[in-house]
Design a binder for this molecule. Sequence first.
Ligand code: FES
Ligand code: FES
Length: 172
Amino acid sequence: MASKLKIKVNGLVHNVTASLDTPLLYVLHNELHLHGPRFGCGLAQCGACSVLLDGKEIRSCVTPVAAVSGKAVTTLEGLPALYAKERGTATSQPASLHPVQQAWIDVQVAQCGYCQNGMMIQATDLLSRVKRPTDEDIRTAMNGHLCRCGTYIRITRAIKRAGAVMAKEAKS
Ligand code: FES
Ligand code: FES
C-alpha cells in the first residue's frame, strides 16, 4: 500500500507517495527524476546506485525509502551544493563542481561511465574521513564497486587529486 512520505534529497524536502519498502533508487528515478544513481545489479553488489545518507555511502537499490526518513540523502547531482555547504560558501546555485567531480573530468576517468556515479559517491565518503588517502586506503574503500571497463588506476589518481585540492581549499 502506498504511503505519503517526506524525504530530504540534495537539501530539499520532497513529498512522495510510495510503498514503504520501495527501493530508494526507484523513488529517486521515478519521482524526483534524479538519474545520477544507476541501476546495475539491484543486489547491493556493484555500487552503481550509490548515494550518500548523512554523508555515508549506501546502496539505494536495496534501501527501502522509509529508511531514509529524517535523514539527508545526497546524490551525484547534489555534491556541488554539499561541498559548498561544508566549506560555508553555500549559495542557491553553487557554481563549481565538487572537487571529486572535477578531478574525474581532469583525469578523464570514465570509459562507458556506467559505474562512475558509485565511484564518485564512494570517493566523496572516503575523502570526508581520510584527507590524503593512500593507495591501500583507496583500494579498501572502493573494493565493493565494480568497473567492467577497468578504470581503477585513473580512479585512484582522481581521488588523490581531489584530496589534494580539498586539503588546499580547507586551508584557504
Ligand atoms: S545496483 Fe545497487 S549495488 Fe548494484
Ligand atoms: S567506466 Fe564502464 S563500467 Fe566503469
